[in-house]
Ligand binder design. Structure first.
Ligand SMILES: Cc1cc2nc3c(=O)[nH]c(=O)nc-3n(C[C@H](O)[C@H](O)[C@H](O)COP(=O)(O)OP(=O)(O)OC[C@H]3O[C@@H](n4cnc5c(N)ncnc54)[C@H](O)[C@@H]3O)c2cc1C
Length: 312
């Protein structure tokens, strides 16, 4: 048995850390199951934009440890285990992990999202040998080389800009007919002499011997296929919620995001959700931190009153 707490937070990204810190500061015994390194998606991001208080941006590897330190100072317990399943036992929730069960009166699910795979030949084979989703980790190793970024949204543009600090050239392969996402990133990409954007194209294969040498790209309008030389491929074509472990414990929408009300309550009594794993998430750092604080406050209220419906 790994312990019993008033509040268990599943997921150690910014949503989970914000929830845990708020919960502990409200006086609740609180544990976070991080499922690995705390900090989530942002921990490796070179330059996080749009976080109030950091007008020049902030590296994820600075911000996330600061959030963890605030949790430590508030008295939060950390477990590196991942949650394998969630079951209700009377008024208590039982969280299964590889090293035993955690029991909690209220659970906040903040398991975030994972990158969608391209599903093309070569992707699995070259994972970690040229196929990556971390520009700040791999960019410095690619000096003097060329890279391909797949995708045209915020994450793809942000990572292409981070890569352009290191590599000779970045080619962005975009399925739609234009970049999407924030205008600020589109402007920066448009004026960056190292970044070329190829629209209405898809990657059909990643080629190489010991590592990535090139990608095969299909023109979606003509059907013509060409090869682009690249030492690395960064895939940012979408995210899917990490909600599989829930099975039927709480209601999901068709994209498998957890449905919540404005207080982050799910369909399961005593279970809340915060961050990008929930439907209608803002999918930005400031938004997920707000979700976490809201969920923890609602969990505190629930534990104090036992009341659950939206009118309570
Ligand atoms: C490349 C990129 C750049 C971005 N840049 C910015 C930016 O500049 N500004 C901004 O505001 N937003 C940015 N975002 C968006 C931001 O990262 C997300 O909105 C935010 O990090 C989501 O936080 P989260 O806590 O909901 O999820 P995540 O950060 O995904 O964290 C979820 C955590 O849950 C853990 N987990 C998963 N499954 C389990 C399990 N079963 N048990 C236990 N733990 C589990 C994971 O290991 C992870 O640590 C960016 C996103 C990407 C992908």
């Amino acid at each position: 048995m790994s312990g019993e707490f008033e509040v268990a937070v599943i997921g150690g990204g910014l949503a989970g850390l914000s929830a845990a810190m708020t919960s502990a500061r409200l006086g609740r015994s609180t544990v976070v199951l991080t499922g690995g390194l705390a900090g989530g998606q942002l921990v490796s991001i070179e330059h996080i934009d749009g976080v109030p208080g950091f007008p020049e941006g902030v590296p994820g590897y600075d911000l996330c440890p600061m959030a963890q330190e605030q949790c430590d100072a508030a008295g939060v317990s950390f477990l590196q285990d991942a949650c394998g399943g969630l079951e209700s036992e009377c008024e208590t929730w039982r969280i299964e992990t590889a090293s035993g069960a955690v029991l909690a009166g209220a659970v906040i699910i903040a398991t975030g999202s994972s990158f969608v795979k391209l599903g093309v030949p070569g992707e699995e084979k070259f994972q970690g040998r040229g196929v990556s989703d971390c520009a700040s980790c791999d960019g410095p190793l690619l000096r003097g080389k060329t890279a391909v970024v797949v995708g045209g949204g915020d994450s793809a543009m942000q990572e292409a800009l981070a890569l352009a600090l290191h590599v000779d050239k970045v080619t962005m392969i975009v399925k739609s007919d234009a970049l999407t996402g924030q205008i600020a990133y589109r402007n920066d990409v448009g004026t960056n002499g190292k970044i070329e954007v190829q629209t209405q194209k898809t990657v059909t294969e990643i080629l190489g011997q010991d590592g990535v040498d090139a990608v095969r790209v299909k023109d979606e309008t003509s059907g013509e296929e060409t090869e682009i030389k690249a030492a690395a491929v960064f895939v940012f074509t979408g995210l899917e919620p990490n909600s599989g472990f829930l099975k039927n414990a709480a209601s999901l929408n068709e994209s498998r995001h957890i449905l919540t009300d404005a207080s982050m309550r799910t369909s399961a009594k005593g279970v809340f959700a915060a961050g990008t794993v929930r439907a209608a998430s803002a999918c930005r750092a400031a938004g997920v931190m707000g979700d976490g604080a809201t969920a923890a406050t609602a969990a505190h209220h629930y534990l104090a009153t036992g009341l659950w419906s939206a009118q309570d």
